[in-house]
Every structure is written in C-alpha cells, then in structure tokens.
Design a protein around this ligand. Structure first.
Ligand SMILES: C[S@@+](CC[C@H](N)C(=O)[O-])C[C@H]1O[C@@H](n2cnc3c(N)ncnc32)[C@H](O)[C@@H]1O
Length: 288
C-alpha cells in the first residue's frame, strides 16, 4: 500500500504542492487569476474532471499538456473550471436603476453611445443594458453599441444565440419581457431576445489581462464579478486601464464584493454602491 506524501492531496490523481504552485503561476501570469494555497482542494476537485476527460494520471501530466502551444482550448477549459459563469438578468438591480436615472438622460443628447460589458458570460448583462437603454432613450437615429466580451468562447456562443430558459427571465420586468422576449418555436422552456436587442450587442472574445484592440471612449463599463478572481495587482491595473477607456463622467460598475483601489482611485468619484464615475480631472490621491 502506498501512502500519499504530506504535500500530496489524497485522491484519484497525484497533486503535489509543487504541481499546485506551477498551476497557480500559470493561472496568474496568463489569466490574472489568483489561487491562494487554501484553494488547493477546490482546484483539485474542479480540475479532476479535466484530467479524466484527457485520460491523464497526474497533475504534472496536465501541466505538461497545458504548456503545449496547440492546447489553447484546454487552457480555456482551465479558466472555465477555475471561474464561474453565473449571471442573471438585471443582477445587482441598483446598477440598472443608476444607468436609467443618471446616465440615460445624458445619453439622450448624444449621437454616439458606447457601453462595455467586460466579462459578460452568457449575455444577460449586456441584454439587460440594451433593454434599459432602449426603454429610456427617446426614439431617434443614433450610433449605439454595446460591446460584450468574455474570455470563454463556449459561453459566448450561448450569449450570441440569445436564448434563455424562460424561468431565468423572471427578473426581467414584465413590460420588457412583453416587448423583447419571444417564445422559441418548438422549445417550450426557452425564450429568445428580439432581433432589435441582439442587434445592439457585439460579442467578442477577450482576455481582460491582454491588450484591448479597441479605442473607446466608453460612456460606461460594467465589469462585475470578474475581478474577484484576480489578485490585487491585476485588479488595480484593470481599474487604471478602465479609467483610460472611459470618457470624463463615464460610469464604472463593479461587482458586489469588489472595491476600487490603487492608482485609479483619484480618477473616480463614488456614485453609488459599487458604482464610480470618472472625474474630469483626477482628484487627490486617496488611501487604498
Ligand atoms: C461570474 S461571471 C460574471 C458575469 C456578469 N458580469 C455578471 O456579473 O453577472 C464571470 C465571467 O468572467 C469571465 N472571465 C474570467 N476571467 C476572465 C479574463 N481573464 N478575461 C475575461 N473574462 C474573464 C468568465 O469567463 C465568466 O464568464
């Protein structure tokens, strides 16, 4: 009988501290993901199914596989396994109330409107933004786009289809549901976003810690429940990069357990719960 060594997690696959550290280094350098050592059992349980799927016996084999250039898809499986795609329509409703009451009146005077949903998952966030804008803005010709990005190509395929289980649409206000959600013929439990809403949203694959191939500026950025996976340094770099992409007065909405910190703080003023507005000129430096 062989006993696992002290630093090896007991289980189906050998997973040493050295394996965990190598995995954590890769997750951080490539995707900004922060894996504290307390997460070792969680990482094991999330990734064991990938080892099974690839017919591997040890985490060391899995690491060697991830190193290969042609294993880009497996590296995305890794990100999927270490993060979640949980989302919902009008999640953290107060952000949509602020969008409607504080930003839409300004946008009504603009010809060009740009909003970014960064880490959009299966699309409920950008579609909620689109419904809020269409409901609040007066009719008229304008150049309006919602850019919706995520690192996960599989979730983006779902998002582009714009089809959602009917029961998940309970948080869409009744009036919006009547205007912009349609039954899917032959699919009793599914509803689909209308073409009018889908046409406003452009989905694209993007790793937030890499280069951003678009100029902006944006009137608002939603990046909610994404940075929570990143270490503090990556988060702070992200907040500064968002500040660079927002126009003066533009809004940044972040997730309920996220906080702005670091060099970007003087660039923003607080405008509500986890809601920030870019100042026209940076304010005094604030403690982080
Ligand atoms: C919990 S969901 C949040 C969805 C939505 N923003 C919300 O709050 O409902 C987190 C999303 O972040 C994405 N994500 C994780 N790491 C990322 C990265 N480095 N770049 C871009 N997206 C990432 C995941 O694929 C996932 O879809």
């Amino acid at each position: 009988m062989s006993l696992a060594s002290a630093d090896t997690l007991p289980g189906e696959f050998a997973f040493t501290d050295a394996d965990f550290e190598a995995l954590a280094r890769l997750a951080r350098s490539e995707y900004g993901l922060s894996l504290a050592s307390s997460k070792k059992p969680l990482v094991y349980s999330r990734l064991a199914r990938r080892l099974r799927a690839r017919g591997l016996a040890t985490f060391r084999d899995y690491m060697s596989l991830l190193d290969r250039a042609e294993e880009a898809a497996e590296r995305l499986e890794l990100v999927s396994a270490l993060t979640t795609n949980v989302t919902s329509f009008f999640r953290e409703k107060h952000h949509f109330e602020t969008l409607r009451s504080a930003l839409v009146p300004e946008l009504a005077t603009q010809k060009r409107i740009r909003i970014w949903s960064a880490g959009c998952s299966s699309g409920q966030e950008p579609f909620s933004i689109a419904m809020t804008l269409l409901d609040g803005l007066p009719p008229g010709a304008r150049d309006m786009r919602i850019l919706a990005t995520d690192i996960d190509p599989a979730i983006l395929r779902k998002a582009r289809a714009g089809r959602h289980p009917a029961e998940e649409c309970a948080t869409v206000p009744d009036e919006f549901r009547a205007r912009w959600l349609r039954p899917v013929p032959g699919e009793l439990d599914l509803v689909e976003m209308s073409a009018e809403i889908k046409a406003l949203v452009s989905f694209a694959e993007l790793n937030l810690i890499c280069d951003w191939p678009f100029a902006g500026p944006f009137d608002a950025i939603f990046c909610r429940n994404v940075a929570i996976y990143f270490d503090q340094e990556t988060q702070q770099r992200l907040w500064s990069r968002f500040a660079d992409k927002l126009r003066a007065g533009g809004f940044l909405f972040i997730g309920h357990s996220e906080r702005l910190s670091g060099a970007a703080l003087p660039e923003f003023e607080t405008a509500g719960v986890t809601t920030y507005r870019k100042r026209a000129t940076p304010g005094p430096a604030r403690p982080t």
